[in-house]
Ligand binder design. Structure first.
Ligand SMILES: Cc1cc2nc3c(=O)[nH]c(=O)nc-3n(C[C@H](O)[C@H](O)[C@H](O)COP(=O)(O)O)c2cc1C
Ligand SMILES: C=C(O[C@@H]1CC(C(=O)O)=C[C@@H](OP(=O)(O)O)[C@H]1O)C(=O)O
Length: 390
């Protein structure tokens, strides 16, 4: 399975084009819209989120609520577009109006793609870079992820995400019995945090950063339960599922690191404290007595919950701006900004959930017979039984 996205932050629309969803899988716009709504929430978001009301339109590949096996295209309109029709229009501009219409940007923002992208593509108007490098694109990544989540849920695989840390405030380890309970608690939290004490402190930290014209980052965690054993492969570097998950997480705007299972903590432990002992019973088949390796060994699923964490750097656009250099005059300047998020970690947790869902669904579709959804579901059921008795 694969997907591409298109669209500029202030252009008319964003699109995700998905190939490989099995035919005959039930899906509705509501399945996608509920995920889009989750991504828009979170304490610390800026004024843009008050303008947008993200809704997906399924423009192809689905008929009467079922996938056709043909490419699925998902379109989300940018409501802000109405304010940018001239600035972002595709029609050529008359020479005398060009400069004033374009809202040309010659001042690259530290921490953004502006300068590198301008140099690479030869754009002296850095708007041509920032329009696409903006995290607005994560809207349609979440839309594609929603289709993947639907496939997973129909195959009995659950996925959830939550925030572990914001601006140095750490949540106590989430203590939950089921993923549904984790989800219920974190959905109700303005920072998607299970620990209510930490939640209050995180919100205060976001408010403080905003008051000081600054921004903060944090850590999110994604957990998926119910993956069959042996998804992914050890035989080639590019078939290892842990590698795909790591790439997917770091591909999210502002994500700078990934951990699987106990992650970096493994560096300070003995092997006997890290590796998960293997056991078997007739009900579950093989299982691990612990899950410190986060459901992945040798680039394949173990059948235990998949646990992936990602770290998001603080948002780069600051009301207390950093210094940079104007690419036309080469003079130093201090940037002035109109609007920005001060913390988008809660929203990024939803994006992380979407990209992990995509990689898991994709690995399943690529590994098992999947032209037809009913055949895939039946095959997977049989495979699960076989792996239990192996
Ligand atoms: C959900 C989300 C919202 C974001 N909002 C902003 C924002 O309002 N302002 C900003 O400067 N960066 C924001 N970012 C981060 C930038 O898009 C990102 O740092 C930039 O494109 C450079 O990419 P890099 O940090 O991955 O190198 C956001 C990221 C995510 C995931
Ligand atoms: C629009 C979204 O996030 C945007 C991501 C973003 C950036 O630089 O990444 C900058 C801001 O956009 P604008 O420049 O229009 O104020 C955020 O609002 C979104 O998440 O839907």
């Amino acid at each position: 399975m694969r997907y591409l996205t298109a669209g500029e932050s202030h252009g008319p629309q964003l699109t995700a084009l998905i190939e490989g969803l099995p035919a005959g899988m039930p899906i509705t716009e509501e399945d996608i819209n509920s995920e889009l709504e989750r991504r828009q929430k979170g304490h610390g978001r800026g004024r843009r989120m008050q303008i947008e009301k993200d809704r997906a339109f399924i423009s192809s590949g689905v008929r009467h609520g079922y996938t056709l096996g043909s490419p699925v295209a998902l379109v989300v309109e940018n409501k802000d577009w109405t304010h940018w029709t001239k600035i972002m229009g595709s029609d050529p501009l008359a020479e005398d109006e060009a400069e004033e219409v374009k809202r040309k940007i010659t001042r690259p923002r530290p921490g953004h793609a502006d300068l590198n992208g301008g140099i690479k593509y030869g754009h002296r108007d850095l708007r041509n870079v920032l329009e696409r490098s903006s995290a607005r694109e994560t809207t349609v990544r979440v839309a594609a992820g929603a289709a993947a989540k639907k496939l997973l849920s129909l195959l009995g695989i659950k996925i959830a995400s939550h925030v572990l840390e914001i601006g140095g405030i750490k949540a106590n380890p989430a203590n939950y019995k089921t993923l549904d309970e984790l989800r219920e608690k974190t959905e109700a939290s303005p920072v998607r945090c299970f620990d209510q004490e930490a939640e209050a402190k995180m919100m205060a930290a976001i408010d403080d950063a905003k008051k000081n014209g600054d921004s903060i980052g944090g850590i999110v965690e994604v957990i998926a339960e119910g993956m069959p054993v042996g998804v992914g492969s050890y035989v080639h570097y590019d078939r290892k599922l842990d590698a795909k998950l790591a790439a997917a997480m770091v591909s999210i705007n502002a994500f700078k690191g990934v951990e699987i299972g106990i992650g970096f903590e493994a560096a300070e432990k003995f092997g006997s404290e890290v590796h998960d002992e293997i056991a078997w019973n007739s009900e579950e088949g093989y299982y691990r007595k612990t899950n410190r390796l986060g459901g992945l060994e040798g680039g394949m699923t173990t059948g235990m919950p998949i646990v992936v964490r990602g770290v998001m750097k603080p948002i780069p656009t600051l009301y207390k701006p950093l210094k940079s250099v104007d690419i036309d005059t080469k003079e130093e300047f201090t940037a002035s900004i109109e609007r920005s998020d001060s913390c988008a970690v809660p929203a990024a947790a939803v994006v992380a959930e979407a990209v992990v869902a995509w990689e898991l669904a994709s690995a399943i579709v690529d590994q098992f017979p999947s032209d037809r959804f009913d055949k895939l579901a039946a095959y997977l059921e049989q495979y699960r039984q076989e792996t239990k008795e192996f």
